[in-house]
Ligand binder design. Structure first.
Ligand SMILES: O=C(O)c1ccccc1NCC(=O)[C@H](O)[C@H](O)COP(=O)(O)O
Length: 255
């Protein structure tokens, strides 16, 4: 299976498989992601999940600002929820960052990492955890159940319609379609447009990766996205202003 992935992704997976977790089982009382998305829609804001992403295999350099200050600026810019990278080797993240951010803000916080074993769910409390269908293979249902038993909401990330079917079999209530192809690391917003019709209306559907402008936001929303997960375009420059521009992408100017 790993041969299908770009070398950077194979390296991420190797590191994920080797990462140990000390400590006991977590039990989470989560802030509702569904309610945060619904509140934004009711206010005429685009539901944006802004990502604290210090670096990545496809980003040059690393943003070294205090992650809590970045997170607070994203919330000030209108983000409905945050995604926080906890993967240390390739994304400059940490579980400590997530703990500090979750204590500082009142919006739901997604733990963005590459969980491949049940024990890794216990690394830190978060409102939502990510499971990547392509990485966990046949373990998706078991890991989804294990995460739900701990109280987490679960975002299942998919890249094609076959993975949507597997996510639904696992009981997914939140599905993210990643526009970034983990085999090649190419980004194509057409992926979301192709896959979204396979997701039932009662699932909260999130468009992930490659969203860089208000026009991209409108394109993903027109294709059925309930919410958008945006990292690089928010992290590049003034994070509050960048978030605000995407959150207000559907505001019609009155003259
Ligand atoms: O972002 C990367 O370079 C990357 C490389 C390999 C595997 C995963 C990667 N990103 C993970 C993500 O899911 C994104 O951080 C997230 O969807 C935001 O994407 P973007 O808005 O394009 O930064």
């Amino acid at each position: 299976m790993d041969d299908d992935f770009a070398p950077q992704v194979r390296s991420i997976l190797r590191a994920a498989r080797e990462r140990d977790v000390a400590g006991g089982r977590v039990s989470v009382d989560p802030r509702s992601l569904g309610a945060a998305v619904a509140d934004a829609k009711a206010d005429g804001r685009v539901p944006v999940i802004a990502e604290v992403k210090p670096t990545s295999p496809t980003t040059e350099g690393e943003r070294r600002d205090d992650p809590v200050e970045l997170a607070e600026a994203m919330v000030a810019g209108g983000a409905s929820a945050l995604s926080v990278l906890t993967e240390p080797e390739h994304f400059g993240g940490s579980t400590a960052n997530l703990e500090r951010i979750r204590a500082a803000v009142d919006v739901p916080v997604l733990r963005k990492d590459f969980v491949v074993r049940e024990a890794q769910l216990d690394a830190v409390e978060a409102d939502v955890v990510l499971l990547i269908a392509r990485f966990v293979g046949d373990d998706l249902g078991r890991l989804h159940d294990a995460a739900r038993e701990r109280g987490f909401q679960v975002l299942v990330e998919v890249h094609d319609r076959e993975e949507v079917a597997r996510a639904l079999d696992a009981g997914a209530e939140y599905i993210g379609v990643n526009n970034r192809d983990l085999a090649e690391l190419d980004v194509d917003l057409g992926t979301f447009e192709e896959v979204a019709p396979a997701v039932p209306d009662d699932v909260t559907l999130i468009a992930e990766s490659g969203i860089t402008s208000p026009a991209d936001v409108r394109r993903m929303r027109a294709a059925g996205a309930d919410a958008l997960l945006v990292g690089s375009a928010i992290m590049d420059g003034d994070v509050a202003a960048n978030t605000e521009a995407l959150v207000n992408a559907e505001v019609v100017e009155s003259t």
